[in-house]
Design a protein around this ligand. Sequence first.
Ligand code: DX5
Ligand code: ZN
Length: 216
Amino acid sequence: MKTIVSPSLLSANFIDLKSDIDMINRSEADWLHMDIMDGVFVPNISFGFPILEAVGKYCNKPMDVHFMIIHPENYIDQTAQTGAMMMNVHYEACTHLHRTIQQIHDSGMQAGVTLNPSTPVCMLEDILEDVDMVLLMSVNPGFGGQAFIEHTILKTRQLRQMIDSNNCKALIEIDGGVNSKTAPRLIEAGANVMVSGSYIFKAEHPEEKIHELKLL
Ligand code: DX5
Ligand code: ZN
């Protein structure tokens, strides 16, 4: 399958968000990645529902929402109402992950489970067949512009093997330090979706960076 590119809005220009969404709408981006943080699960706070709702109305790409919060289960209906296509919750933040995944599906969204860099992929053995996507963090979540953690390549290979040998449908998405150097290696290891923030939005010609990633 062709690689899916999901630019991360966290690195956009918030004083002129409309221009950045116009760029996304024009570009070859497949999805738009939105990072929600609570200052508890991660040591940072980003944006919340007012932004999600406004962007959801204006952006013509499906929203891939990444919740870095405790108790994401409390916000499932509110997220569905923004028109989000995919809700990603952290394995480390969900005590009753199976129920949360079911509730996300019941609300009409696709469900993704996210792993921090220190959580092994084997922890997904009993949930893999229920999810639409696994999001592997290739940096510690909370900030854009961090260096790629090399071990993610091995995790991607292990996860690809688990998915294929169990005939699961889950996509593999990678988030953190994705650029023209790391993306080809991740795709070769079996990843399907590239989230990329600073590499795209801090570039002089962001649409070209998206195009480059689409060619991989
Ligand atoms: C970090 C976020 C990422 C972030 C990636 O916690 O989940 O989506 O925007 O930024 P880059 O691509 O700059 O590493
Ligand atoms: Zn993210």
